[in-house]
Design a protein around this ligand. Structure first.
Ligand code: PMV
Ligand code: MG
Length: 335
């Protein structure tokens, strides 16, 4: 095992279903984002971890900045039925910050670093894990650490494609985690579904960055109390419409359902549509496009679907005028 191994993970953005998907049984559509983190792993006498986010490296002694990575490694060792001190040592180097000048993009860097670590370790220890097992291992780590998210981000990053994620009962899985060995927990049916989607539609997918950061955990705490049955029902209906319209190539329904889930979010809590996100959305008005906030909102990124190249150009200009930075333009083709 002398070779250096390299793996990558991308980012994610919620297209529809955010906040609703915190409830078991609700669905969200989540898109992979082609901005990547890279991990290099190679054999070494002891475990050493270095991320380009920080100016120092660590081992397995708990370090606040490296907690997620260290917990992922510990859980992976347990998954292999090994004690950390008996594991073959390695150096893990992580690069590719999903941020600029200390301001994060909000495209899922914490989820991405967990999946990245799992992919690096499975390559290093020659485990051939399915995307589904990678997802479960990552969700295990976040649930155990007390994270309050739906885990949809992890599903999208593990599969690295556009997915429809239907949420599981996290309390139930957390109880299993507290009481049973990791292997048993991973073998169980958690009750989620992850459905890769291949849209029958050509469009440009644009990511617009507000250059302001919002913490999903804080936003969830702020908004959670406002999530009522009506919001769940209406959101689920639109998510299903959007999914079918993507699969069937019905552009007008895609636009209408995204506009409708956007309105539902705007009515849910005023903090979701911050000023820059409102500008990002309004920029698509009158164009053959639709734009919306993504995820918990309050900052980070929004996105747009544009249906011709002239529209994409106009939208980019409008976003620039509004102070929105275009992070990604991805041409998505009906395959
Ligand atoms: O802001 P993001 O991209 O982390 O998305 C959060 C989406 C929520 O539904 C609000 C929370 C979650 O984990 O599903
Ligand atoms: Mg966010």
């Amino acid at each position: 095992m002398k070779k250096k191994l390299q793996v990558q993970t991308g980012g994610k953005l919620y297209l529809a279903g955010e906040y609703a998907v915190l409830t078991a049984g609700q669905s969200a559509i989540i898109k992979n984002i082609p901005i990547y983190m890279t991990a290099t792993v190679e054999a070494a006498p002891v475990i050493t971890i270095q991320s380009d986010m920080f100016h120092y490296q660590v081992g397995m002694n708990p370090d606040g900045n490296y907690t997620l990575i260290q917990q992922t490694i510990s859980n992976f060792a347990a998954f292999l039925r090994q004690k950390i001190e008996n594991l073959a040592g390695f150096t893990l180097e992580i690069s590719g910050k999903m941020e600029r000048q200390g301001v994060k993009f909000g495209i899922g860097s914490s989820g991405s670093v967990i999946i990245l670590t799992i992919k690096a370790l499975s390559a290093f220890y020659q485990q051939h894990l399915t995307a589904d097992t990678v997802f479960k291992l990552a969700a295990y780590t976040l649930l155990k650490s007390g994270d309050n998210g739906s885990m949809g981000d992890l599903a999208c990053i593990a599969y690295n494609e556009l997915i429809c994620f239907t949420a599981f009962d996290r309390q139930r899985v957390k109880a299993w985690i507290d009481q049973e060995p990791i292997q048993t927990v991973l073998e169980k049916d958690w009750g989620y579904t992850i459905e890769p989607l291949k849209p029958a539609l050509n469009f440009d997918f644009l990511v617009g960055w507000t250059k302001t950061a919002a913490l999903s955990g804080d936003m969830i705490r702020l908004v959670k109390g406002e999530i009522k049955q009506d919001f769940l029902l209406h959101t689920q209906e639109q998510v299903q419409k959007l999914k079918n319209a993507l699969l069937e190539g019905e552009k007008e329904t895609v636009k209408a359902s995204l506009a409708r889930v956007s309105d539902l979010l705007q009515d849910l809590h005023p903090a979701i549509y911050s000023k820059p996100l409102l500008l990002l959305k309004q920029a698509a008005e009158g164009l053959d496009a639709v734009a919306k906030s993504s995820g918990s909102g309050g900052g980070d990124c929004g996105f747009a679907l544009s249906f011709d190249s002239k529209t994409t150009e106009d939208l980019c200009k409008r976003w620039q005028t509004a102070g929105i930075e275009v992070l990604v333009i991805e041409h998505c083709e009906d395959k």
